[in-house]
Design a protein around this ligand. Structure first.
Ligand code: ADE
Ligand code: ZN
Length: 331
């Protein structure tokens, strides 16, 4: 399908299930916030900063991602961040977003979980009223920090009383297997949270097995390297476990050499429940609709292909039964 304007994408009910809210922090906002608070930045201009967005791997991206998010300091900053993202997502046709946030990256800078969650909740309510978009929050564990910090983060989030949908696992993957977090994920499941984990982005297929069998996750974030293991592919297909895949991210973090190498057909043909997502759109060249438009061009996707991806995103989401029915009826 040739659809450079993306009208087909905008007509379908796409859910964004893999977006790090701190990864929506645009260069202009970084400069505006740094100027407002007097925080020095090691870049002369937005252009200079954007020039640094050439990554060799996940770690080289994470270094910049954590450094830039220091400009986020107040509840209002998190409100503005969340509201700007949700308005942009709505403009691109996204009907529902499950937003990852990294509370430990903020608490270690002295910003409480309750400050972060208050700002994001206000953004969800405000932009939801304005546009009809729905959204929820998944707090992620920084897997390269000590396990005790993850336990404390979960305690404080639960004590804060702010509603969250789930618990996730992100940051540097290799060397930090999911099994380290068995206990904290067990507590989250007992508390009624939905659970997901980044696995198989840079780490081996074995980390995907661990995420499923040790953490009991309901979705795998990325999961590219699962395709190396036929028994794992069969398991994911049999159980209908969604993979929240991220094409632009994979290219920018050199998980794959170019967009044409994104394993979309391979994964769909294997019967996997693939969803398309943006990961860190301010860093990787675009939002969900941009990813979908580029895939449409690269893989000559038909309107049936796009519809399948939209339906997959709704089915993989954690919305309630009424919203699910409503969204499916739009597909
Ligand atoms: N945090 C933000 N983006 C991430 C990614 N792509 N992988 C792991 N952790 C992340
Ligand atoms: Zn991610």
């Amino acid at each position: 399908m040739t659809d450079p304007s993306g009208a087909a994408v905008r007509r379908l009910p796409f859910c964004e299930l893999h977006v790090h809210i701190e990864g929506t922090l645009e260069p202009a906002t970084i400069f505006a916030l740094a100027r407002a608070t007097g925080l020095p930045l090691p870049y002369a201009s937005e252009r200079d900063l954007a020039e640094a967005y050439r990554f060799a791997d996940l770690q080289s991206f994470l270094n910049l991602y954590y450094e830039n998010m220091r400009v986020l300091q107040t509840e209002e900053d998190f409100f503005e961040l969340g509201a700007a993202y949700l308005r942009r997502a709505h403009a691109g046709g996204t009907v529902h977003a499950e937003m990852f946030v990294d509370p430990q990256a903020h608490s270690k800078r002295g910003i409480a979980e309750s400050v972060v969650l208050a700002g994001l909740h206000r953004a969800i309510e405000t932009v939801g009223r304005e546009t009809g978009i729905t959204a929820s929050i998944i707090v992620c564990i920084l897997r390269d920090d000590p396990v005790i910090e993850a336990e404390r983060m979960l305690d404080r989030v639960l004590e804060s009383g702010f509603a969250i949908t789930g618990l996730g696992l992100d940051s540097a993957e290799v060397g930090y297997p999911p099994s380290l977090f068995r206990s904290v994920f067990g507590r989250a499941r007992d508390a009624g949270l939905r659970v997901v984990a980044h696995a198989g982005e840079e780490g081996p297929a074995d980390y995907v097995w661990q995420a499923l069998d040790v953490l009991g996750v309901e979705r795998i974030d990325h999961g590219n390297r699962a395709l190396e293991d036929p028994a794992l592919v069969a398991r994911l297909a049999r159980d209908g476990v969604p993979l929240t895949m991220c094409p632009f991210s994979n290219v920018r973090l050199r998980v794959i050499p170019d967009l044409a190498s994104f394993p979309l057909r391979e994964a769909l043909d294997a019967g996997l429940h693939v969803t398309i997502n943006s990961d860190d759109p301010a860093y990787f060249g675009g939002y969900l609709d941009d990813n979908l438009r580029a895939l449409t061009a690269a893989f000559s996707l038909t309107s049936d292909d796009l519809r399948e991806l939209a339906v997959n995103s709704v089915r993989a989401s954690f919305v309630d039964a009424d919203r699910r029915r409503q969204l499916i009826s739009l597909a």
